[in-house]
Design a protein around this ligand. Structure first.
Ligand code: TRP
Length: 365
């Protein structure tokens, strides 16, 4: 039963290393939430089984990226003494829950899920959708509800997923009695962090477009990526007026810059508004702005990179941490599954009343 605990759960597919889009959109917040003391439990997991739904012929990619994502988590400050970090495929209870939830969702409802719709298009799956991929919102509902998560910090692309999970919970509780907890999404508070564009100005950072800055990128790579970022193609001479709209460097400054950065690296300007005004007016070159952004990025990413290097020195310890996380996660998921089985009346052997009642009935007949 719901017991008014506040529980966080969120995860990532291990299809690549994590990048700064993940960082501003979700990771940074997760660490703050973990440390806020406002939540009873935090679960963070690596969604390898979900990653396999559209990478079924590439298991090695998923396998290699599990440890990369774990390292990114630790580097960002997720702390296994405060958060349970685990791997989805190691929790078989999630499969069983998904199986039961499948009866609560219609095919047409899944077809209407906007995230699934776009993802099917992106992968050219229109004519041949793997069933597992098609139904991953159901398995995602299992991920969330197995831990009775109340709060799912995620990007806005996950909104339809959470809505689908909420519907499953309502339907389940309506039929079988109050058992599951309805989760809520927790979106980034800063609008620009909802979806950070790629360094080429394209709407989304994606590995296949080669437009990401990774948390594990060395300092010189970050420098190079920032210096070659997309700005305003009509801003050719320094004296030309520049546009801010669609100008990736300024979008990143919106996401990353704070007043103290100006004091430290660009004291000629009191704040971002003044910098933007100068750029729009003309007379401010792209390189100066890029250098400023590069300095900020190095300040933000430097400590993460250093911590990652430390954790990389002891990979067996990272796996041990994950193993322990899986153990804890399994206990929780299994307790929820017990409640689900009881609610669904498929708990034959631990229901002494059922057996006694039936024995009586058959004796009377
Ligand atoms: N779908 C998420 C992504 O694409 C990963 C994920 C799987 C997830 N299960 C989840 C996120 C449960 C939040 C809650 O990254």
């Amino acid at each position: 039963m719901a017991d008014n605990k506040k529980i966080i759960l969120t995860g990532d597919r291990p299809t690549g290393k994590l990048h700064i889009g993940h960082y501003v959109g979700s990771l940074k917040r997760r660490v703050e939430l973990q440390n806020s003391g406002l939540y009873d439990k935090t679960f963070v997991f690596i969604a390898d089984a979900q990653a396999l739904t559209d990478n079924i012929d590439n298991p090695e990619k998923v396998r290699q990226n599990v440890v990369e994502v774990a390292l990114d988590y630790l580097a960002c400050g997720l702390d296994p003494s405060k958060s349970t970090i685990f791997i989805q495929s190691q929790i078989p209870e999630l499969c069983e829950l998904s199986f039961y939830y499948m009866d609560l969702v219609t095919v047409s409802r899944l077809q209407r899920n906007p995230t699934v719709k776009t993802e099917i298009q992106m992968r050219n799956f229109e004519t041949s959708i793997p069933v597992g991929f098609f139904t991953y919102p159901i398995s995602q509902a299992a991920d969330i509800t197995a831990f009775k998560a109340t709060t799912v910090p995620a990007g806005e692309d996950q909104e339809p997923m959470i809505e689908q999970a909420r519907e499953i919970v309502r339907r389940f509780n309506h039929i079988y009695g109050e058992t599951l907890v309805e989760p809520e999404i927790l979106l980034p508070t800063n609008a620009v962090c909802l979806r950070l564009p790629g360094t080429d100005g394209k709407a989304k950072m994606s590995k296949s477009l080669g437009n990401c800055i990774y948390l594990s990128d060395p300092a010189d790579v970050v420098e190079k990526k920032v210096k070659s970022m997309y700005t305003d193609p009509t801003h050719i001479k320094v004296s030309d007026p520049g546009k801010l709209e669609g100008n990736t460097v300024f979008t990143y400054l919106d996401a990353f810059s704070r007043p103290e950065h100006f004091e430290r690296y660009l004291p000629d300007y009191p704040n971002l508004d003044e910098l933007k005004a100068h750029y729009t007016r003309g007379g401010l070159g792209d390189m100066k702005v890029k250098k400023f952004l590069a300095a900020i990025m190095q300040e933000e990413l430097g400590p993460i990179r250093e911590r990652r290097k430390e954790f990389e020195k002891d990979i067996p310890a990272v796996y041990e941490m994950l193993r322990k996380g899986c153990e804890v996660a399994r206990e929780t998921a299994s307790a929820t599954l017990d409640e689900v089985r009881r609610a669904m009346k498929i708990n034959y052997f631990d229901d002494a009343d059922l057996i006694a009642e039936q024995a009586k009935r058959f004796a009377q007949e």
